[in-house]
Design a protein around this ligand. Structure first.
Ligand code: CA
Length: 238
């Protein structure tokens, strides 16, 4: 397992690298955002630990640029203090998880392992086909027919969880637990934002209604991918 640490606090970077190397990881360290991006694009890593405040280029930019190339390497972001990390921005740039400094090494190691496990699971899982909707955990791609639908990492994660449970009702809390596996203690209604985005991208342009709201319970992804039969819309309301 090869890890890249992009962290300008040299003592912290060295101590993380030492600890992770002792766990058997191959660890590379850079102290500059631009160099981190270059490394991330040049080489294959299993996971990237990325500080946000960096010389050269900040961690958000690095993360966004990595994702823009279609690279889905798990990214764990480090933030100096509460409030510095803008969650919406971090999620939008495609980070998988984050940790607020100071953190304990044990917590970091647990997060690293969880991300690697999640990624490995995705890597081996077959594509889920629901009517003309294909959800592919390995490539993190969603397709309507042959058309690839561009989703953010978080949107895809929400869709993937619904797809794994297609035909069953999934509560917002279950989605939160499975998709936001960092210590997110915010409003579960954030799930609605992602469901709206998925409907806007996956359903509306294709005349489908795949994600059905089950009032007071959660959401259900239709096993037929939301095909609308005849004149009447199938499934529940909005
Ligand atoms: Ca820093």
């Amino acid at each position: 397992m090869r890890l890249l640490i992009v962290e300008d606090e040299r003592r912290l970077a060295a101590s993380l690298a030492g600890g992770l190397a002792a766990e058997g990881f191959a660890v590379e360290v850079v102290h500059d955002g631009r160099e981190g991006l270059r490394r991330a694009l040049d080489r294959e890593y299993d996971l990237i630990i990325l500080d946000i405040m960096l010389p050269g280029m900040n961690g958000y930019r690095v993360c966004a640029e990595v994702r823009a190339t279609g690279d889905h390497t798990p990214i764990l972001m480090l933030t100096a203090k509460d409030g510095e990390y803008d969650e919406a921005e971090g999620l939008d740039t495609g980070a998988d998880d984050y940790l607020t400094k100071p953190f304990s090494y044990v917590v970091l190691l647990a997060r690293v392992r969880a991300l690697l496990r999640r990624h490995a699971r995705g890597g081996g899982a077959p594509a889920i086909v629901l009517g003309d909707l294909t959800v592919d955990p390995a490539s993190k791609r969603a397709l309507r027919g042959d058309v690839e639908v561009e989703l953010t990492a978080k949107e895809f994660a929400v869709l993937e969880h619904l797809a794994i449970n297609a035909g069953q009702v999934v509560s917002k809390a279950q989605i939160m637990e499975n998709v936001w596996d960092f210590a997110y203690d915010g409003d579960p209604n954030i799930v609605e934002v992602y469901v709206s985005a998925l409907r806007r991208k996956l359903d509306a342009p294709f005349g489908r209604r795949s994600i059905i709201t089950v009032r007071g319970a959660g959401y259900r992804l239709a096993t037929d991918g939301g095909a609308v039969h005849g004149g009447a819309a199938a499934g529940g309301r909005g």
